[in-house]
Structures are given as C-alpha cells and as structure tokens.
Design a protein around this ligand. Structure first.
Ligand SMILES: NC(=O)C1=CN([C@@H]2O[C@H](COP(=O)(O)OP(=O)(O)OC[C@H]3O[C@@H](n4cnc5c(N)ncnc54)[C@H](O)[C@@H]3O)[C@@H](O)[C@H]2O)C=CC1
Ligand SMILES: O=C(O)C1=N[C@H](C(=O)O)C[C@H](O)C1
Length: 267
C-alpha cells in the first residue's frame, strides 16, 4: 500500500482550487490537511458553502499554516504574485510545491529552480495540467521544425488575470527551442492600432482573447506556401486539469528538483 500524501491547497474557493478539493475527496492516496486563503482565517472548510465538507482549518497566513500542520505537498492555484511567494515559502519549510498558477516571470522561475535544487526538493510548475493541452504543445514543437511561421491564439474566460496565458508562453518557448529566431509578417508592416499584431515572442505573435463563456482554448496556426496546419485544444471544464494535478502531486514526491511542464512527468 502506498503512503498517503498530505496536501495543502492554496486558493480553495477559486475555480481551480475548488475543483482540486473535489478531486482530492475522491482519491484514497491523497489527504487534505489544511487550506490557505486570505479570507476565512481560522474557519473550517466545512463551514463554507459550496465546497467539499473537509474538517480542515483555513489559514490566512502561510507561515502559521506550515508551522501548525504537517504536510508533504502545497498545491497552489491562486494568483501570480501570491503563487510565487507561496512556492518560495513552501520550499523554505521543506514542503514540495505543485503549482498551477500562471504568470510567473522568467526571473521568478529561475529563482525557484535554484531554490528547489538547493533544498533538494521536488517542485512541479505546470502552466497547463490538461493532458490534451500538453500534447498540443508537443505537437506544435514537432511541427515548428517544418513550419517556422507560426501564430498562437489563446482564448480564455474574462476573469483571467494574466495575458498571454501560461500555456501560450510555454508553447512559444517550446517552439523557440527548435526554430531559428525569425521576424514574421511583412518587414515593413505597421500597426495602425497598437497591439493589432499581438504580443511578440522571438518573432512569434501571440493573440489573447478574453470573453465570458470561454474556459481555456488554444490554436497554434502554422503557415507555409499553399498550406496551413492548425493544432487546437479546448478545455470545456476544469475537471480536464485534475488528472494532471493528481499526477503532479504523486510525482513531486519522487523528485529532488523543479520541473516546468507536465510533459516532463508523462511516460
Ligand atoms: N495549470 C493549469 O492547468 C491551470 C492553471 N490555472 C491558473 O490557476 C490560477 C487560478 O485560476 P482560477 O482558479 O481560475 O482563479 P480564481 O480567481 O477562480 O481563483 C484564485 C483564488 O486564489 C485566491 N487567493 C487570492 N489571494 C490569495 C491568498 N493570498 N491566499 C490564498 N488564496 C488567495 C482567491 O480568493 C481565489 O479564490 C491562475 O493563475 C490560472 O491561470 C487555471 C486553470 C488551469
Ligand atoms: O486561467 C485559466 O483559466 C487557465 N490558465 C492556464 C494558462 O494560463 O495557460 C491554463 C489554462 O489555459 C487555463
């Protein structure tokens, strides 16, 4: 029998955090031991409406939480600034972070990579936990070898804080690994309205759509003479991310460094 993994969830009232609670409730090898939330300090999760009725305490202060509760893993599903601080603090307390929160800067990712290595602690930061999205990114990386002209269109719900999405940035980074740096479009093109051509990453354009009704969607469009290739993924429901969160929580226990991207954990 495998040992139970003791998990703290940060952001339990959020769209992703609440889905993570529902996932943990169903899994015998995961045990929720506390939650971190800037509201409801000291309450039990079971006192909040609409969430699984776990008899665990909510802490507003992460240090108090880590000093009061013995845990193996912190699952962070909050906001970019908070998520970064949580990840750093978890590593300082010897707790392995599994981070779905997006919007970290490259400098923050580098700092966390160094800290995880120094502490010898597994850490997973995954911009997208949906297996289909991970495949979409891998297929895009494969295609970029043959189609260097590419634009990324990501579409999300209008409550999203960061743009471009973590998934779009990660996709562009994977493509950047295999293609020569390239400025796309006409060399003399001019935007008559600022932003019309989207964000630029190493010459690739990234377009961010935000609308009510959307969940998480991305198209990677490759163009070549006489042909286009479109690789597309849709998450219609946040349950789509949960098998990836579970895998990351299990695998982070076996790691002693930081991995960035769920693809590094898939067979
Ligand atoms: N990696 C992945 O597969 C996915 C990642 N995300 C990312 O996860 C993050 C959360 O997304 P959603 O759940 O949609 O957002 P949300 O806005 O529904 O939830 C964020 C939660 O964080 C809480 N929060 C804010 N400050 C806090 C603090 N100091 N301590 C504890 N909790 C705090 C808020 O109260 C809120 O409940 C975002 O960065 C998003 O981009 C979202 C979907 C999938
Ligand atoms: O905020 C979201 O919703 C999502 N965020 C992640 C991202 O920024 O890529 C993953 C997914 O796209 C949903």
């Amino acid at each position: 029998m495998t040992d139970t993994i003791k998990v703290i969830v940060a952001g339990p009232r959020g769209r992703m955090g609440s889905e993570a609670l529902r996932m943990i409730e169903k899994e015998d090898n995961l045990e929720l031991v506390a939650c971190i939330d800037h509201k409801h300090d000291g309450k039990k999760l079971s006192e909040l409406d609409g969430l699984p009725a776990f008899d665990v305490t909510i802490y507003a202060d992460i240090n108090t939480c880590f000093e009061s509760v013995q845990a193996d893993v912190l699952v962070d599903l909050t906001t970019p600034e908070v998520g970064y601080l949580h990840t750093k603090t978890a590593l300082e307390y010897g707790i392995r972070p599994v981070v779905g929160t997006t919007g970290f800067t490259n400098e923050q990712l580098e700092e966390l990579t160094d800290l995880a290595e120094e502490k010898g602690l597994g850490t997973v930061i995954a911009p997208n936990f949906a297996v289909g999205a991970v495949l979409m990114m891998q297929f895009a990386k494969m295609a970029a070898k043959y189609f260097p002209d590419v634009e990324i269109i990501e579409k999300h719900h209008d409550q999203k804080l960061d743009a471009p999405s973590g998934t779009a940035v990660k996709t562009a980074q994977l493509i950047q690994d295999v293609r020569e740096s390239k400025k796309q479009g006409h060399p003399n093109e001019k935007e008559t309205i600022q932003g019309a051509r989207g964000a630029d990453m190493d010459g690739m354009k990234i377009h961010s759509v935000r609308l009510p009704g959307l969940v998480a969607h991305q198209e990677v469009i490759f163009g070549s003479s006489g042909q286009n290739l479109t690789i597309k993924h849709d998450s219609f429901d946040r349950a789509s991310f949960m098998s990836g969160v579970k895998l990351a929580v299990e695998q982070v226990m076996k790691l002693d460094l930081l991995v960035y991207g769920l693809e590094n954990l898939l067979d």
